[in-house]
Design a protein around this ligand. Structure first.
Ligand code: SAH
Ligand code: SF4
Length: 355
């Protein structure tokens, strides 16, 4: 865009530095850009694409941001602070067309893809909410939507996030999660050496067909074969297989024994997640004993396995719970006091909401 207008390339770098490194989105403040460029940019572009509608803070420090786009679409991003890192989980679509039967986003249906600007704006909004002196260390494309069905915008976002002149994140700090859109896996891995996470959740097609309907198009064997043959997947950059355990559905000892054989020949780590329940899905998390049995069978078979901790579950910010569910407003009926807010979410709500 700068080239077409005959502006030197370093002007684009200056603009990127203001937006991504200095978090300045007022053109007036970009003092090293000539006034003529500033006014032309102001006339044609809106540097802000999302507004914060609401923020919620979990008892564990996780923050969920509800963000609104110019067309009224709303999406969520989740910031997860840990001892030595800040991980941000971003959305890539408004809703999701893949309708996995256990996922709250899937139950919303699909509205539209997010633009690159809307993906990057989630990062900028989250960075403003981090503790002073800390920065973003990890970013996961695991919010609402299927990133590989919006690959052009996701690829461009990855380029900006890893660009030394913009966010300068190392590619290994980025993870893109897919439910298995096979034809887009190689093109994604060509963009940058990021981590790939694959939502597996089952060891038979009969079960996966129900949990992840996309499996009917790209069944388990085809998915694993694609990964096995992908040269960009190797020991230093293994696939993270996500396996959400659902009571009585995919949590048997037989499933645990079948899984290592399936992953044979694919450098991998397995992330076991207990089902995060929500009103749109009929599944529950297994008991602690069943979860432990599952992970120890995998462990015993030499599989690298981690049990993912729940973060932000009290504010519906955990994996698969993103569905723009607004907390019940205690103020709707003041006579009820906090009765409309049984778990005290209203009290958790951040007061610094910037509508
Ligand atoms: N569409 C992509 C990325 C977003 S979902 C994908 O499916 O991989 C992020 C992760 O949360 C996926 O592994 C998904 O399967 C998992 N997930 C969805 N609903 C869940 C739930 N209710 N409990 C636990 N994990 C869930
Ligand atoms: Fe979409 Fe992922 Fe949810 Fe499936 S699990 S409906 S692919 S967001």
């Amino acid at each position: 865009m700068f080239k077409q207008r005959g502006w030197p390339a370093y002007r684009a770098d200056q603009l990127a530095t203001w937006i991504y490194r200095n978090d300045v989105d007022e053109l007036d403040q970009m003092t090293n850009l000539p006034a003529a460029i500033r006014s032309e940019l102001a006339a044609e572009f809106d540097l802000r694409s999302l507004e914060v509608v609401e923020t919620q803070r979990s008892v564990d420090g996780t923050q969920k941001l509800l963000l609104g786009a110019f067309d009224g679409a709303q999406i969520e991003a989740v910031l997860i602070p840990e001892e030595r890192r800040n991980t941000l989980c971003v959305s890539t679509q408004v809703g999701c067309p893949l309708a996995c039967s256990f996922c709250a986003t899937g139950a919303l249906g699909f509205t539209r893809n997010l633009t690159t600007a809307e993906i990057i704006d989630q990062v900028l909004h989250a960075m403003r909410r981090m503790e002073p002196g800390t920065g973003l260390t990890n970013l996961v494309f695991m919010g609402m939507g299927e990133p590989l069905l919006n690959l052009p915008a996701v690829s461009e976002a990855i380029r900006i996030l890893t660009d030394p002149k913009a966010f300068a994140l190392a590619p290994r700090r980025l993870t893109v999660s897919t439910s298995g859109v096979l034809p887009q896996i190689a093109p994604l891995l060509e963009v940058a050496p990021i981590h790939l996470a694959v939502s597996l959740h089952a060891t038979t097609d009969a079960v996966r067909d129900v949990l992840v309907p996309l499996n009917k198009r790209y069944p388990i064997a085809a998915l694993l074969e694609t990964l096995r043959e992908e040269p960009r997947i190797h020991r230093r950059r293994p696939v993270f297989f996500e396996y959400t355990l659902m009571q009585g559905v995919n949590d048997s000892a037989e499933d645990a024994r079948r899984l290592p054989g399936l992953l044979d020949g694919i450098p991998s780590k397995v992330n076991v997640i207990a089902m995060n329940p929500h009103p749109d899905a009929p599944y529950r998390a297994p008991s602690r004993e069943v979860i432990d049995r599952f992970t120890s069978i995998l462990h015993g078979a030499g599989v690298r396995v981690t049990l993912r901790r729940d973060r932000g579950r009290d504010i519906d910010a955990a994996c698969g719970q993103l569905a723009n569910r607004r907390p019940v407003q205690a103020a709707v009926n003041p006579a009820d006091g906090a009765a409309g807010d049984p778990v005290g979410r209203a009290a958790e709500r951040d007061s610094a909401v910037t509508p």
